[in-house]
Design a protein around this ligand. Structure first.
Ligand code: NI
Ligand code: MN
Length: 247
């Protein structure tokens, strides 16, 4: 597997920075400033072109509005959550829905199902935010990345595997709000993806699933690589793992 100059940086929890092959700076599920797992040098990123949100929980959109306004970044997500962000002042936005694919800055973004909730916390209210989703990103160098968002295990992950054949899957393993390692191990079998980056674990004590447990449960799967990126680490090229300076 060669990612070329595509670079995937884990920022802790479910947050990833993606530098696209065309050099655009994307952030998936931007939760930076209050994210206890986010490295300090990433709390206020200098360049942001696009923000992808899987759903409206604070640990996925915490910095979305602020970054969209300060950088003029485009927000991509499900229609109801995007509509709320637009009402709060976001100018550039693409709201679409599950099953759909949009193209933006040379990346095809397909929205997939996720089994999770999607309320928007607005003051003391919880508003309807549509449904939680996942994304498959197809980059212009052919690499396909599945970010599952927050989700329980569901059997249609098999369809995601058949349709999109993701090269890399970012899967939640923490338990409590999402899949635990047992479900994630089953998800890997359904998807058929051979490179897995665990996420949504360890941030809080309740998120108790570990990459080690996931490895134990999947050791019979030939060719599977579970790459537990530490916050701040980047995956690029021939699955090179770049550790940030000073770490
Ligand atoms: Ni959530
Ligand atoms: Mn979450």
């Amino acid at each position: 597997m060669n990612l070329g100059n595509l670079a995937l940086t884990f920022l802790g929890h479910a947050t990833f920075a993606v530098k696209t092959p065309a050099g655009k700076h994307w952030i998936i599920d931007p939760w930076l400033e209050q994210n206890p797992a986010c490295p300090s040098q990433w709390k206020h990123p200098a360049q942001v072109d696009t923000l992808l949100v899987t759903h409206a929980h604070f640990d996925h959109i915490g910095d979305c509005l602020k970054l969209a306004l300060s950088h003029g970044a485009t927000v991509i997500g499900i229609v109801e959550t995007v509509h709320w962000l637009q009402k709060k002042g976001v100018k550039n936005a693409i709201g679409f829905n599950k099953g759909g694919t949009i193209e933006h800055q040379g990346v095809r973004v397909s929205m997939t199902h996720a089994v999770h909730s999607c309320g928007i916390s607005d003051g003391d209210q919880i508003l309807y935010g549509g449904e939680a989703a996942g994304f498959v990103l197809t980059f212009d160098n052919g690499v396909r990345l599945y970010h599952a968002g927050d989700t329980a295990l569901f059997s249609d992950m098999k369809l995601i595997g058949e349709l999109y054949k993701p090269d890399i899957a970012c899967l939640p393993i923490g338990d409590y709000y999402t899949m635990d390692p047992v479900q994630a191990a089953h998800a890997i079998r359904l998807l058929g993806t051979k490179i897995v980056v665990p996420m949504h674990y360890g941030t809080f004590p309740a998120l108790s699933g570990t990459p080690q447990r996931l490895r134990e449960l999947t050791k019979d799967i030939a060719g599977l690589q579970i790459i537990d990126l530490k916050p701040g680490e980047t995956l690029t090229g021939e699955l090179k793992r770049l550790v940030p300076a000073g770490a």
